[in-house]
Design a protein around this ligand. Structure first.
Ligand code: ATP
Ligand code: MG
Length: 775
């Protein structure tokens, strides 16, 4: 048997070598589902299956890339090249590009990201003179999105009185009209939004049997990771493509279904056995990721959900530390606690920044954490939020490029027609939009024919419009010979963007320039990288597609050694040695918006399960008694999820932030030297609330925990704080071994030494706490 297969346990091996027929692996977190998929693909290829016939769908492009790399190490890079792997969106965008003309779309169609969709919807609401407080564009967008993901087209909408009734009841009787206008405008602009990539694929596969047959024959083997989070539209695509050969392998965990709010349907996993004949079902039970404490704690919490498949998850890993629960007074204190324990853990266990992840329920929570990390000089990276490609200056450059590929692209055009300013006012743009709608044409076409078109603009403006058309056309000419990088460089200069951002010399301007530079670097990489990928064209259109579909997890630029900050939703499938789950407060997590029904609350609980099971070695749960939300300080109660965990797996820490009453205040910066000495404990741990601690600090009792031994000052290590230490001294550290002092800085309590340890690496230690000996 192949050597790599020995890296699987027996339960994993079975589904790995089971190639034909429908099958499902249902198993808990960390049990090797993704590993099975990866090895299974390698195994299939080693059995002679053409990679060209294998399609695998992953949750992020990054996950696909990692799987591909792993497979390449087993079967060889040139073989792995031909695998079709990626997210639903990126895979089907590629297929649509090949087939789009059947649907009336140009093959160079633009992909509108969420921001583009929002802007278009907002402008339609304005054009229709609707009240923007009732027709909130984000709500309208999410409504349209859910229609599309349920395959409710505009026509189907208007044929369904219940839907019309529901929107009317929600005081939005014109929703259908907005939906229709939005769809028409996207179509005319040659643009598909994210949901269209799935909706149009479904349309393609149902309307054109020959296309369906072509892709059924091509993708003889289909694999899907995270199957529990597929929505209806995705489900139908998989179902249709696998219908002929039925070689379909899905893996998932119903306990990790967390995207119902976006239309994911947990029933897809629950009903899989009904959808196909003779489904083989596999279960994995051994978790390889986490300690016993983490696995058991996670089991105890998911147990509280009623809707679930019964599963066993156990681990042979170490017991590990108990899960640490920490209470803070405010969100700022919480941030400080997280930063200071990361700092300590790094020092004490020789860890990298990238060994830590901080997970939260909502993006807004990152701010207080970021502040604290910055104060400690801990490098971090935020995933999610505004992605690199959505920053203003980047979108500006990309909009010019989008127009080069597809001049019909309305959102791109509106964005840059007067940026940098070239004297084309909003009134003119509005008139162009009206004219384009009137002629059933595009804004760009109207501009091109402005001499003949019935648009009220003076001759000066006419010239400006014509100049803009000429500019874009000149880029189009260059695009026929130049590569993406060369073109973009030319565009940024000739369009005046560089001049515009350089103009003011403000720090923001400088940052913008740096970002544009980073974009250009990325293009250079793209041009180089394309040489290694089979059937890549390296075209501008391809670059723009990659960019439009890049999730923030995918573009991992810069120093990789950084603490990861992200929402729990984004963390699905990932793992980190140390995980902090912050903001564990009622109304925040579980979210106030998800507590109306049992099923919503169960989804929140699954989300918590996902968060906890990301941790390999140590998990921290933190909450604050008050926090700034929507600009106001709000009191909060600890999350029910903390109480729901079987307490034998928890270590409830007494609050460290009350150190503010402690004269040893400066200890805060480098960790408390005697964390066990004085402890403040609330009279009743979990019921302190409504800002009481602030107004009535006397509510806290000073206690010395009985089970903790007092820490003696002399613990066998020399504290060099007041001894003499000089550059060039050889010293010994309990954990880091021997090393040489390179530098000494600061005085008194702040004295630090930079030491080069023989074990490798230079560390800066605070002498007051460093356990050092001169040797
Ligand atoms: P999730 O539900 O979170 O997506 P998963 O079931 O996909 O988890 P994997 O990510 O495949 O689990 O595996 C979890 C970790 O355990 C990974 O680091 C993986 O490399 C490791 N692992 C899985 N199986 C084995 C094994 N047989 N031997 C050693 N390590 C393993
Ligand atoms: Mg996985």
């Amino acid at each position: 048997m192949e050597k790599y297969l020995s890296q699987l346990n027996d339960a994993q091996l079975e589904p790995t070598i089971q190639i034909d027929g429908p099958m499902i692996v249902i198993a808990g977190a960390g049990s090797g589902k993704t590993r099975v998929l990866t090895y299974r693909i390698a195994y299939m290829m080693s059995k002679g299956i053409d990679p060209f016939n294998i399609l695998s769908l992953t949750f992020t492009n990054k996950a696909a890339k990692e799987m591909k790399e792993r497979i390449a190490t087993i079967v060889g890079a040139s073989e792995a090249k031909n695998l079709w792997m990626g997210t639903f969106h990126s895979v089907f965008a590629k297929i649509l590009r090949i087939e789009s003309e059947r649907l009336g779309y140009p093959s160079n169609f633009t992909i509108y990201d969420t921001q583009d969709s929002d802007r278009l919807i907002a402008s339609i609401i304005k054009e229709m003179n609707l009240d923007k407080d009732i027709y909130k564009y984000k709500q309208v967008r999410s409504r349209i999105s859910s229609y599309k993901n349920s395959l409710i087209t505009v026509r189907a909408y208007f044929q369904n009185p219940e839907l019309i009734e529901a929107d009317t009841m929600a005081r939005r009787p014109r929703l259908g009209d907005i939906y229709k206008e939005y769809v028409d405008r996207c179509f005319k602009a040659g643009a598909m939004d994210f949901d269209d990539l799935l909706l149009k694929t479904n349309e393609l596969l149902t309307r054109f049997p020959e296309v369906l047959a072509k892709y059924q024959n091509r993708f003889k083997y289909i694999l899907v990771d995270e199957y529990q989070d597929t929505n209806h539209s995705q489900y139908l695509i998989v179902r249709a493509l696998s219908d002929k050969f039925q070689n379909i392998c899905v893996v998932g965990d119903d306990a990790q279904s967390i995207y119902a709010f976006r239309g994911a349907n947990i029933n897809n996993i629950l009903n899989f056995q009904k959808d196909y004949d003779d489904v083989k079902v596999f279960r994995l039970e051994q978790n390889y990721r986490s300690t016993k404490n983490i696995v058991n704690a996670a089991n105890s919490i998911i147990d509280k959900n009623q809707t679930k498949l019964d599963k066993i998850v156990w681990t042979a890993n170490d017991e590990g530390g108990k899960i640490k629960v920490h209470r803070s007074l405010t969100d700022a204190d919480e941030g400080r606690y997280v930063a200071s324990t990361i700092f300590d853990n790094k020092m004490n266990h020789q860890l990298q920044n990238s060994d830590f992840a901080i997970l939260y329920r909502t993006n807004a929570q990152s701010r207080s954490i970021e502040d604290a990390l910055r104060k400690r000089d801990i490098p971090y990276r935020i995933y999610g939020g505004l992605s690199f490609y959505q920053r203003k200056e980047i979108k500006d450059v990309l909009s010019y490029l989008r127009l080069v590929v597809n001049p019909a692209d309305e959102e791109a055009l509106k964005r840059v027609i007067n940026f940098p300013p070239r004297g084309i006012g909003q009134t003119t743009v509005d008139r162009l939009i009206v004219a384009a709608n009137g002629y059933n044409s595009t804004i760009f076409e109207v501009m091109k024919n402005i001499d003949r078109a019935d648009v009220k603009v003076n001759s000066g403006t006419k010239n400006k419009l014509q100049d803009f058309v000429t500019l874009i056309e000149s880029f189009q000419v260059l695009n026929q010979t130049a590569d993406v990088f060369e073109l973009a460089e030319h565009v940024t200069r000739t369009s005046g963007l560089i001049r515009e951002f350089n103009k003011d010399g403000t720090p923001e301007g400088v940052t913008r320039m740096e970002n544009i530079e980073e974009l250009l670097n990325g293009m250079k990489d793209f041009v180089e990288g394309q040489k290694e990928i089979a059937d890549a064209t390296g075209s501008l259109a391809e670059f723009l597609e990659d960019v439009a579909l890049a999730t923030d997890l995918d573009n991992d630029k810069g120093d990789p050694d950084r603490v990861a900050l992200m929402t729990i939703h984004l963390a699905k499938g990932l793992e980190f040695p140390y995980v902090y789950i912050v903001g564990l407060e009622e109304d925040l997590f579980p979210s106030a918006m998800s507590m109306n029904t049992r099923s919503e609350l169960e989804e929140e609980r699954r989300l918590f399960y996902v968060a906890l099971t990301r941790a390999e070695k140590q998990a921290y749960l933190t909450y604050a008694l008050s926090r700034y939300r929507w600009g106001k300080l709000v009191d909060s109660d600890p999350s029910r999820f903390i109480e729901e965990i079987d307490e034998q797996y928890l270590e409830v820490l007494t609050p460290v932030e009350e150190r503010r009453f402690n004269p040893m205040l400066d200890a805060d910066i480098f960790g408390d030297p005697e964390p066990n000495k004085i402890r403040f404990k609330p009279a009743k741990q979990v019921s302190i609330k409504k800002g009481a601690p602030k107004k009535e600090p006397t509510k806290f009792q000073v206690t010395t925990p009985k089970n903790l031994k007092p820490v003696s000052k002399s613990n066998g290590n020399t504290n060099l704080f007041d001894s003499k230490l000089a550059v060039g001294n050889m010293v010994k550290h309990l954990r880091f071994g021997t090393g040489e002092v390179l530098k000494i800085e600061g005085t008194g309590a702040d004295m630090k030494a930079e030491i080069k340890f023989d074990s490798g690496g230079v560390k800066k230690l605070l002498l007051r706490f460093a356990k050092l000996e001169v040797v």
